[in-house]
Ligand binder design. Structure first.
Ligand SMILES: Cc1cc2nc3c(=O)[nH]c(=O)nc-3n(C[C@H](O)[C@H](O)[C@H](O)COP(=O)(O)O)c2cc1C
Length: 194
């Protein structure tokens, strides 16, 4: 797969999709959005259906200036978001990583990830889960496959030490959202318009 995706030529800002899954960390998706905006991105928020349980959708819509999308549009409806130049999925749940690695597209978030990957759009994944769930072979294999497909996966002791089951809330404030934006700056370098 090509890693040489060029942001679409536009006088406006490059577009970043910030995708939040079903984890308490999605309450802080605004931190990823703010980091992206500081770096010159026009950020759109996407949620999984379970991500909606944790997110403040009206606040995310106000912050981004775009509708928050979480379901596939009806066939006759227009696209309401600009095409992404990059995607960050953070937090990426075990469920979404496993389905993504298998090519399953039964949520809008997964459809966007699978399609964007095929288009060669840069993608950063920041899984968040506990130490027990992280040991599942399907998850470990999924992370390997995503890395093989040129997805930047930020996960492990050097990103955020794994926590015991039931203690995730204690570590949410330590989650290094900015690292995803740093990766994109490095991956895209001078290609960005900002
Ligand atoms: C309170 C609560 C917290 C959860 N936190 C996480 C989490 O941090 N990481 C994770 O992988 N799954 C977590 N889950 C499980 C996911 O929400 C569940 O697997 C869901 O199906 C994920 O759907 P999604 O991948 O489409 O967002 C949590 C579930 C609940 C109810």
């Amino acid at each position: 797969m090509s890693s040489a995706h060029q942001p679409e030529a536009s006088a406006s800002k490059p577009v970043l999709y910030a995708i939040g899954c079903g984890s308490p960390l999605t309450r802080d998706l605004h931190r990823l959005i703010a980091a992206g905006q500081r770096d010159g991105w026009d950020v759109c928020a996407i949620l999984t259906p379970d991500g909606r349980k944790f997110a403040d959708e009206p606040a995310l819509a106000r912050q981004t200036g775009h509708p928050v999308r979480w379901a596939y549009k009806d066939p006759a409806d227009p696209d309401v978001l600009p095409t992404p130049d990059a995607l960050v999925v953070a937090p990426a749940t075990v469920n979404t990583v496993n389905k993504w690695a298998a090519g399953i597209t039964d949520t809008l978030a997964l459809g966007l990830l699978v399609e964007s990957q095929g288009r060669g759009v840069p993608i950063v994944a920041m899984p968040f889960t506990n130490a027990a769930m992280a040991t599942h072979p399907a998850f470990q294999e999924g992370l390997r496959r995503l890395r093989d497909w040129n997805v930047t996966v930020l996960f492990g002791e050097d990103v955020l030490p794994l926590h015991a089951p039931g203690t995730g809330e204690r570590y949410i404030h330590l989650f290094p959202w900015d690292r995803a934006i740093d990766v994109l700056r490095t991956r895209l370098g001078g290609e960005l318009a900002n």
